[in-house]
Design a protein. Sequence first.
Length: 151
Amino acid sequence: MEPHVRVYLDDQLEPIIDQELPSDASLDTSTLEDGHHRLTIRAVGENGREGVEIIPFQVRNGPGITVSGLTAHSTRRGKVQFKINAFSADDPFDPRRAESHSSIPIWVWVLCLFVLSWTVWYAARMWDVPAEFAHTPTFSSQPSGPHSPSH
């Protein structure tokens, strides 16, 4: 028996590929609906035994969709407002649709607050001169030396 492979798409009874091994194969996803699909690959070796490999995959030929204000598996009550945007690489460039508008995540606010707090602390420490350097020319409030203005 010649080694061969049969490839089935989703739950179809007829294979989309039926070839001898080794084999190159291709699948045109533009003919498939967007969503989850599955390839079942059945190969028969020289010994006549069959091996099976199942490969789930997702097709997304349509536009990408973003939703802001509502997440998967969230629990909501009452009126829920959210924003929807859809775009694809095939669409003409429109700056108003280039990015999806959404609120700034809390972790970004926390990070900004941390950086701002550290900056204020660091600037305040710059004015706190250690005692051993307080009377050096660098930190002294009274200029001295050959470059000081004469009275």
